[in-house]
Write a protein that binds this ligand. Sequence first.
Ligand SMILES: [Zn+2]
Length: 344
Amino acid sequence: MKQLRVTLSGLALMAAGLGLSVSPANAACEAATAEFGMSRIVDIDTTHGPIFGAMTNRSREPSFLKPNEVVLTFDDGPIPWITKSILDTLDKYCAKATFFSVGRMALAYPASVKDVMARGHTLGSHTYSHPFNMQRMNIDAAAAEIERGIAAVSTAAGAPVAPFFRFTGLADSNRLLGYLQTRSIAAFTVDVVSNDSYTANANKLAEHTLAEIAKTQGGIVLFHDIKAATTKALPIILSRLKASGYTVVHMTAKTTVTPMAYAMHYVAPKLTKTPQAQEMGPMPTLPETPAVTRQITEVAPDARDRTEPSGKASPHKASRKRKAHSELPRSIVEAEADLAHTAN
Ligand SMILES: [Zn+2]
């Protein structure tokens, strides 16, 4: 109990210091203000639980992106060697992304979660154990998945995270969006699916992703930081986007989300069972933000009524949603096995 209180107060103490106060690892980015990955920050006020992105049947917010702008998002990780490769590529292109990490993956690989934050990216969450049937789950069980995910990612990061959430399988519902509203958490669906859950060939993956981005002239792009093909395709995608005049927009959150105590109780004992837990120190001291002038756009959607019954997904949308996420990634199963092994 004592340790839990320390953890919670530690998180609270760090709440004010996140977001824009971190710097890109690549010093060369300092001179790249008007370029590809440093063009614009969209700072989102999540107070009324907005939902962004086209792949939903719910009442969503208008896009905050202009033509030829993309937001890069990575789900389901971290996996150390994959996430690190993606972070290195993003640094090379001075681009910032949003990571929707899975709680139990974050607990298995906390050093990778810290690395995501230390390199100035936005960290959101994507449930605790990646259930695919959230629409059909009892509301309390679904809420517990959301809350345990937030608690696990925050615990692994050693700091509060963004109130940004992505539904597994993009399976949202008005009832669950209503729950997120009570917590002032924004939901993010997607505009472009990279198909990296289904394509192991990096060149094909890059071509598909670029073609989809061209169709919509940009948007929120879904990748997964659990796939080797993604690490190989990303440099191709970013260099081609840059050459085509696209820019990467960095989404940040105005505030952080405070984990619920019951969820912290659930995850706290699990972290101590991870092999990396002993190696974890405090959050590294981050360098000051370099003198980079980026345009900051503030987005603060109004409250919306989520009380109407959930609409039925059209077959087209449902099929696209299914394609957006693979079955439970093998890597998550492996991470669970790691946890079980170290618990013995
Ligand atoms: Zn997922």
